[in-house]
Design a protein around this ligand. Sequence first.
Ligand SMILES: Cc1ncc(COP(=O)(O)O)c(C=O)c1O
Length: 452
Amino acid sequence: MSTLTASKTGKEEILKNNLEHTIFSWSKQSGLNPINAEHAKGVYVYDRSGKRYLDFTSQLMNVNIGHGDQRVTDAVVKQMQEVSYVNPGMATEARGLLGKKLAEITPGTLNRTFFTNGGTEAIEHAIKTARLVTGRHKIITLYQSYHGATYGALSAGGDPRGIPHDSQGVPNIIHVENPYFYRCPWDSKTEEGCCDNAVAHMERIIKYEGVNSVAAILMEGESGSSGCIKYPKGYWKKVKALADKYGILTICDEVMSGFGRTGKWFGIDHHGVEPDMLCMAKGITSGYIPLGGVIMSEKIATHFNDKPLPIGLTYSAHAVACAAANEVIKIYEEDSLIENAANMGHYVDKQVEKLKDKHPSIGDFRNTGLLGCIELVKNRKTKEPMAPWNAAPNEMEIMNKVAAKISELGMYTFVRWNWIFIAPPLIITKDQIDEGLDIISKAISIADGHCN
Ligand SMILES: Cc1ncc(COP(=O)(O)O)c(C=O)c1O
């Protein structure tokens, strides 16, 4: 029998094949016990023992329309029956339709998309494009951010997962502090003050680095896996004004915050700013097929009218991925999922507010639509975190217990240091949110016992 006929393989053998012959991302490879996924439907993933997990982070904040939507399968099959792949130098119906639709739903005059296989490549191509267009080399980004896993994108983020690679990191990335009001680096007393301090800090760094060497400022539309550090009101606008003042381009990373996740098409729509380039992935196909892209303003695209654009990928504008994206975008619209994300987001806000009364360990909750994160502390006054940022394994004892409880009670979500993420599929209902918050509440009770 072929070793590839997996459906006839026993669950232990499936796990063994995975663990012994594949590599798992971002983890110690020994001692892993991954969920052995059998199928997934709606907001639930089922393992091979029949256990159901409520998916409270849409996997990697990408399965926005929920799992197992037959409409996407049908669109993919139809596209494959017509044409699965042609050289990206050729035109296809799916690619053209998707390009046109993205120009409609992204802010302002953003108009032309270069398609990639995922978010990291979108960032890489945006950085290259910014450098080519401006003739400058430096890129300003935030320390507490993640932009992807290849050398350029990993260097661009300030996530500590990049530190083991940084001796070979990409040069000319300059990091600045986030406007993290809950733990304000300038000890600002108001959100507005934190915003102004952060912008003034960025301007100082730009001047130190030489205004004529800075090609772009790259920031997430709304902060995601780095702690949902919500931008204070006016921050993006002030950063854009700073960029314009010095002829610097803005690149908005909507890989996680895009496609309805925050209750609007894109995170930056909450801030009334039109960036020069916008990177996307994840929700563009809701994870059904890999796809990413960077959409740029006509002004940037026309830079390459008379000179060749020196970027390309074998799978750029893959017809099947584009067809999946067209269907997924249709689903966001037809099923009013972005409105649902906004409404359910308000419901989550209200319910977590109630949890704060019950759980002294909840220090902060930051959420936009359905992109949220609870921050656990040992003491609300001192804000001592339940586990520090970039915690060592021995500092994760309490949070590991919280995470284990969440999993035991039938939920899949991200627990990172002292953060618990809440980012379910946009199809979620109030009852399902209640189910999830009840699990989180039970798990947080463990942390409450360590408050002082
Ligand atoms: C904000 C942001 N940018 C970029 C990426 C990288 O995307 P990908 O993993 O699809 O390459 C991610 C992934 O989590 C992300 O959250």
